[in-house]
Design a protein around this ligand. Structure first.
Ligand SMILES: Nc1ncnc2c1ncn2[C@@H]1O[C@H](COP(=O)(O)OP(=O)(O)OP(=O)(O)O)[C@@H](O)[C@H]1O
Ligand SMILES: [Mg+2]
Length: 124
């Protein structure tokens, strides 16, 4: 299992969610975050050094997936979050030791994928 963490532009969120849905990725977490991507428009002086502190609003996606979903998930994000301009964001792929579904106590492979027969139309 992997945890895919993607930092994307807020105005790309809908495109990314739609694309993820189409490749059958279910289950994700979205947060609004501030980030710094190395751009240098703003400088501040600290003991004579130039410190870059420009922060931008970004959206952070966290998606837990089984191995067979890693490539398709990353590809979906790369395709749908891309503008070609500086600041499009990053995708990190992290190893995951365990996953538990709280409702059923299932773990790992069966916990990270939707449970068979689990109602997809209920709030989750
Ligand atoms: N090394 C990093 N670690 C954690 N978060 C990062 C890292 N690099 C970028 N980010 C996050 O991604 C956001 C967008 O970064 P950005 O797109 O500028 O990355 P980049 O690698 O500098 O690409 P670009 O060359 O397009 O600027 C940042 O605001 C930050 O939230
Ligand atoms: Mg950058």
């Amino acid at each position: 299992m992997k945890l895919i963490v993607a930092i994307i532009r807020p105005d790309k969120l809908n495109d990314v969610l739609e694309r993820l849905y189409r490749v059958e990725v279910r289950g994700l977490t979205v947060s609004r975050v501030m980030g710094h991507g190395g751009e240098t428009e703003q400088v501040e002086t600290y003991r004579g050094m130039t410190v870059k502190v420009e922060l931008h609003e970004k959206v952070r996606l966290e998606i837990g997936v089984s191995e067979s979903f890693v490539d398709v998930t990353v590809a979906a994000i790369l395709a749908s979050a891309h503008t070609g301009e500086v600041g499009d964001g990053k995708v990190f792929v992290l190893p995951v030791e365990s996953v538990y579904r709280i409702r059923t106590g299932e773990r790992d492979q069966s916990a990270v994928t939707p449970a068979p027969g689990s109602p997809s139309d209920r709030p989750g």
